[in-house]
Design a protein around this ligand. Sequence first.
Ligand SMILES: O=c1ccn([C@@H]2O[C@H](COP(=O)(O)O)[C@@H](O)[C@H]2O)c(=O)[nH]1
Length: 236
Amino acid sequence: MHAPVSDPRDRLIVALDLPSVGAAERIISRLGDTVSFYKIGYELGFAGGLGLARELVADGRKVFIDFKLHDIGNTVARGVASLAALGASFATVHAYPQTMRAAMEGKGASPLRILAVTVLTSYDEADLTEAGYGAGVAQTVARRVAQAREIGIDGIVCAPTDAASVRMALGERGAIVTPGVRPDGSDVGDQKRIATPLAAIRAGADHLVVGRPIVASPDPAAAARAVQAEITRALS
Ligand SMILES: O=c1ccn([C@@H]2O[C@H](COP(=O)(O)O)[C@@H](O)[C@H]2O)c(=O)[nH]1
């Protein structure tokens, strides 16, 4: 059964989309105790970030490895087993049934939670059509969530604008993690399906992933605290 996360600090996941371990360490140091949950994706992961992930875990922080795996089942299962051994709390796969099943098998009895990415937050209807999909965003998300639920996935990555319908379809089991979060006035960048932290939590998100609005801010700790204040307001 899905247990709502009560501490706003555990609800904010900062995306360390940075070019080097040194750059990431500087942001982590500036964030101090404000942030306890970090996400490592392609940029940092392919620049030595998995070593940093191990150090963060050893230091009591939570780590989300966001490589959005998608390959033949054997490769996915073995890759996920390595992420489980690393001590990651969350890891992503694309929400294809074969991939989701392999990932759930690969994590074994570890506490790693597998999150299935439905439709990327940088995609709108036109992007799905261009990629060859016959169904739109809402229909594709719904289909993938239904399949993820059937497989017993640990959680879903979706746009904050999809969070309410995803919770309905997913039921109470499974975490909802939303990137595409933009505090009022911040740059949207390449994101297309977005909401504020307040709206994302009110729509049912358990965790918010925020990257550039925090790591590119002149005062990352203040930016993180502002997001956490919105989370607290949404929960009160
Ligand atoms: O659908 C998705 C899945 C993953 N992401 C990742 O989240 C962060 C968002 O960073 P921002 O700088 O806050 O836009 C980034 O690491 C993406 O790889 C996503 O945006 N959308």
